[in-house]
Structure formats: structure tokens, C-alpha cells
Design a protein around this ligand. Structure first.
Ligand code: 5GP
Ligand code: ZN
Length: 141
């Protein structure tokens, strides 16, 4: 199967071997490597080999393969680096902080007091507010 690729995409270049990376593993559909600007030691990426920008357009079976690769990396991180915890994070679109529009899952080891910003405080909302959004969302399923 020919995978979609985009010439000026940095992850497509890594997949094609045109840019080096600290590769952890690869299979037919995915590749995993160390993030070049880690937020914590051990920060790695599980990446689809084909170029699909976001979760809404990637084939479900490829997304499942990326998730499986992320799980393998997370297990190794837990076993070998013994962090306090691990976050899996996946961004879609600039509003979500996505800087490389080629689907990937971050594997982020956590350290006590690292203060990474995606640990939000829960917000108290009325049940009706949740219900209203629930109705809108269900209509899209
Ligand atoms: P995003 O912001 O799209 O969720 O995450 C993109 C990630 O890719 C960032 O954490 C960034 O450090 C990483 N990244 C960008 N360019 C490269 C590169 O050339 N090599 C590697 N290994 N990681 C990269
Ligand atoms: Zn790409």
C-alpha cells in the first residue's frame, strides 16, 4: 500500500529517512522516536507512517496501530525510566497546540513538580450545561 506523504512535512521526512531521529521502533504502519524538544526526559512520539493530519481523517485501523505503538513505548518508559506517571497526549489543529500536522501521540513521562500545563483544575458546571452539549454531540454520532 502506498502511504500518503507530503514533501515539506518533517515527520514524512523522518519516515522516509531524509531526517535523522532517535528511533525506538517501527512497524508497517507506525514509527516511534524521541522528541527533539522533550518537555521531560524520555518524551517520545508514536507517529503514523502515512501523512494524515488529524484524528478525524486518519483511518481507524491506522489510529489503532499508532495507539498500540504508544502503548509499547509507554510500557518501556514505565519499566525503564520509572517516572511518577505518564501522559499520552495527541493534538489536533493549532487551537489544540498541534505544531506538526501529521498525526502523532506524545508519550510524556511525568516527574513530581514538573508543572506541565495540561494538568487543569476541574471546573464546576451545572448538569444542564453538560446535558446541552451531550445532545449536540450525540447528534454527530
Ligand atoms: P505537536 O505540537 O504537533 O503536538 O508536537 C510536535 C512535536 O514534534 C513537538 O514536541 C516537537 O518537539 C517535535 N518535533 C518537531 N520537529 C521534530 C524533528 O525534526 N524531530 C523530532 N524527533 N521531533 C520533532
Ligand atoms: Zn507528514
Amino acid at each position: 500500500m502506498t502511504l500518503p506523504a507530503v514533501a515539506d512535512c518533517v515527520f514524512c521526512k523522518i519516515v522516509a529517512g531524509q531526517i535523522p531521529c532517535f528511533k525506538l521502533l517501527e512497524d508497517d504502519a507506525t514509527i516511534a522516536f524521541m522528541d527533539i524538544n522533550p518537555v521531560n526526559p524520555g518524551h517520545a512520539l508514536a507517529v503514523a507512517k502515512g501523512h494524515w493530519p488529524t484524528v478525524d481523517v486518519i483511518p481507524a485501523e491506522v489510529l489503532a496501530a499508532v495507539a498500540t505503538t504508544a502503548q509499547r513505548i509507554a510500557k518501556a518508559v514505565m519499566a525503564k525510566l520509572r517516572p511518577d506517571g505518564v501522559n499520552l497526549m495527541q493534538a489536533n489543529g493549532p487551537g489544540a497546540g498541534q505544531s506538526v500536522p501529521h498525526l502523532h501521540i506524545h508519550i510524556i513521562p511525568r516527574r513530581p513538580g514538573d508543572d506541565l500545563l495540561f494538568n487543569w483544575q476541574p471546573r464546576a458546571v451545572e448538569r444542564a450545561e453538560i446535558e446541552a452539549v451531550w445532545h449536540r454531540l450525540k447528534a454527530g454520532l
